[in-house]
Design a protein around this ligand. Structure first.
Ligand code: TYM
Length: 345
């Protein structure tokens, strides 16, 4: 099921706050794709929803990580969440591995997930091709941990980019299967996918998703990188041999992707963008998009740098986030353990 912005706004008037939850793996620096596909939507909804956002550090070790780098990126990601507008007073921000109930629920859900379901996951197929030397059980089982991350907070909505839709759908299937046996234990959440920005493509190969694991360093833009690097990547962005700025993802994937990014950055519609650049060369268009992205990212980078100097504050944020998250998570886990027949300690 696809849930887009309109549905969320319509439901937000209800009296009791609905719950939103999502996470990002600190397996690389934060990309423009993750920002436009996910974080930006989170920050806009803090007043309407009870929100939980985490650093999915447990997911990252399905691929080998450098431990010191993982720690650095996890903390930087937390600072960036706050810099992107996620006020810790209004959003519960935490580190996944600080709430062990995720892993505990994941084991239970493993026993209600079919081998065949996991083999069908697109991301598993892609990642096992990419890391053929290390196709570990965690990589295979990853969507079950993701289902546990979600279901343990009983959220209504899971705001993600288009590429995570399949995992959220599997999560719904697992929840429905479990509820079918034991009654209404889990709320069955809906993915919340933005209308624009749900699938930001690589700048160098616009038929592929922009990804932190991209082999080509020019394809992926990071929201905390230096303005001159962002400018260079947009200048080199792959376009086509036509000379018209027109939205047509099939025929013109490069230009359409730049239009999507520009639309997100400045809030213009595709028609407005077409009019703005009518009769102008791609060089002007690419520079304008690059500049708009630089200006969008500048305050985020500056605030992240500032926050990273205050480690004590960041520690206090993730500690109190984990405490609040644990409270909810342990309630759901107790219920699940009881349902399956475990004796309470
Ligand atoms: P991850 O870390 O790959 O990506 C984080 C979020 O960013 C979105 N995203 C994109 N959106 C648009 N265009 C792109 N090019 C792009 N690249 C990434 C993703 O859809 C995602 O929303 N498994 C998840 C992390 C996770 C999670 C969860 C998410 C773990 N547990 C529970 C939600 C709920 C992942 O690997 O996302």
């Amino acid at each position: 099921m696809l849930c887009v912005e309109k549905d969320v706004s319509e439901m937000s008037d209800m009296e009791q706050k609905q719950v939103m939850l999502s996470g990002i793996q600190p397996s690389g620096e934060l990309t423009l794709g993750s920002y436009l596909g996910a974080i930006r939507n989170w920050a806009e909804r803090a007043d309407q929803f009870d929100c939980y956002y985490f650093m999915a550090d447990m997911h990252t070790i399905t691929v080998r990580q450098n431990p010191a780098e993982l720690r650095r990126r996890t903390l930087t990601q937390l600072a960036a969440y706050i810099a992107c507008g996620l006020d810790p007073e209004k959003n519960t921000l935490f580190i996944q591995s600080h709430v062990p109930e995720h892993a505990q629920l994941s084991w239970v859900l493993n026993c209600y997930t079919m081998f065949g379901e996991l083999t069908r996951m697109t991301q598993f197929k892609a990642k096992s091709a990419q890391h053929a030397e290390n196709i570990n059980a965690g990589l295979f089982d990853y969507p079950v941990l993701m289902a546990a991350d979600i279901l343990i907070y009983q959220p209504d909505f899971v705001p993600v980019g288009d590429d995570q839709k399949q995992h959220v759908e599997l999560c719904r299937d697992i929840a429905e299967r479990f509820n079918g046996i034991y009654g209404d234990v889990f709320k069955v959440p809906q993915p919340y996918i933005p209308k624009v920005g749900a699938r930001v493509m690589s700048l160098s190969s616009p038929e592929n998703k922009m990804s932190k694991s991209d082999q080509d360093p020019n394809g992926c833009v990071y929201i905390l990188e230096r303005p001159e690097d962002i400018a260079r990547k947009f200048k080199r962005a792959v376009t086509d041999s036509e000379m018209s700025v027109r939205f047509d993802p099939e025929q013109k994937p490069g230009i359409s992707n730049l239009m999507q990014i520009y639309s997100c950055a400045v809030g213009k519609t595709y028609e407005e963008i077409e009019t703005e650049f009518a009769g102008q060369g791609y060089g002007v268009f690419k520079k304008t998009v690059g500049d708009a992205v630089i200006e969008m990212c500048r305050p985020i980078r500056e605030e992240t740098d500032r926050l990273l100097k205050d480690k004590a504050y960041l520690e206090q944020v993730y500690r109190s986030g984990a405490e609040k998250a644990s409270y909810i998570a342990s309630k759901t886990l107790r219920k699940v353990y009881k349902k399956v027949g475990f004796i309470p300690r």
